[in-house]
Structures are given as C-alpha cells and as structure tokens.
Design a protein around this ligand. Sequence first.
Ligand code: PGA
Length: 251
Amino acid sequence: MRKFIVVGNWKMHNTIAESIALAKAIKDGASDFKDGVIILAPPFTALSNVGDAIKGSNVFLAAQNVYYEDKGAFTGEISPGMLKDIGCAYVIIGHSERRKYFHEQDNDVNLKVKKALTAGLTPIMCVGETDEERLKGIMQDVVGRQVKQGLNDVEKIDNVVIAYEPVWAIGTGKVATPAQAQEVHAFIRGILKDLYGITADDIRILYGGSVTKDNIGELIAMEDIDGALVGGASLKADGFLGIIQNISGKK
Ligand code: PGA
C-alpha cells in the first residue's frame, strides 16, 4: 500500500506564536495517524519554531520554496542546505502562486527539484492547468509539459512527490470532482510509467485545490490519489485534523 501524505501549506499566514500553537494542536490531534505522513509548511520565519514543536512526532517540516544554488550573492533567497539545516525534510516547488506571481518557469522548477534532491530534501513538485487552459482543451499538454520538464534529467524520480493542483481549484472553493482529479492523476502516472518506468507504487501523487474534511473522503477513494496538499483548510487545527481523520484507513 502506498502511504498517504497530507501537507498543510500555510502560505503567507501565521506569526511565530500562531504557528507554534497550530503545529502543537495538529501534532497532538494526529498522534494516532498511522497511515502515512503529515507535513507542515509554515512560512520561513516560523520553520525553526515549528520544527521544535513537532520534534519526535509523526509530523514533518517543509518549506514553501527554495533556490537552486548552494550559496552566493542571491539576496533574499534560501538554499536547500539551509532548509536541511533548519530541519526541513520536504520542500514545495513550483506552486502555481510561485509560477503566477513570481514568474517561475518549468526550467526553474526543474533546477530546484534537482538541487533539493541533491541536498537530501524531498521535493513536492506542483503542476496544474488554469481554467482557461482546461476550457481550451489543452489540460493534458500543460500538465504533461510541466511534469516532463520539471523532471527533466532527474535521477531519482521516485523520491519526488507530485501534487496535481488545478489552478482553478486553488483557494476558490471549487474543488475538482473525484473523477476529474482521478483522470489527471492517472494521466500523470501514465507519463511516469511510459517515460521513466516508474510504477504506481513507487511514487505518490497528491491532489490539491479546495480540499476540506467534507470532500477528502471521495477524493482519497480514487485509485491514483495518494493524499492532499491543503491550503486554506490547513490553517485551523480542526479542519486539518478532520482531513487526516477522513483519510485514515481509506485504502
Ligand atoms: P487551497 O490551496 O486548499 O486553499 O485551495 C491549496 C494550495 O494552494 O496548495
């Protein structure tokens, strides 16, 4: 059985004190979760404190972004080694908000994925089409391109976690139907198998976009969905714990 992954992406929310309180509440509430891995991605400023708050638990630390150089004159950037140093095991790469507001391209995503792996971090690589691209009928072209270019020349593809996040579903309350999500997850698995020989059990693919405790049950029941990348609903302990609870024992 593939183990589930549930990621809370707090985006640009929470002070240090708020982050510690939320992380502790999640750690305590999820201590019985045995079916997979829980990951919290607080803002950079709270990584150290959240790392301390979850130490020794089944909750792991992720950053929301990383740069692809080890060190140097790159004002404002953070290297993979620095994330390891502060206790991160995972890093979100290529989130659609990074692509949209900070103009990250597939090539940046690829460089970041490779560098993160070299540093011993597990990348959570995000892909997903916009509303317009879906309406134009080019969803598969877009997602296929993002997957292939993001993984170009990556040696240990099975160490990457992929998150399918349709842009139209992020923060909109307009969750993909289980069938829509399953279709794209199966499409991504097909690419991974055909191009790289990666079988389903070797890689985890998460769904993200307006996931809540009320819709996770039917999403996780889909064959190719291995967990969730959660934004808004990860900002309150009961909402996030509800998602974890509704995933438990589902496969
Ligand atoms: P959302 O965000 O759950 O608020 O839609 C998901 C994400 O951006 O990862």
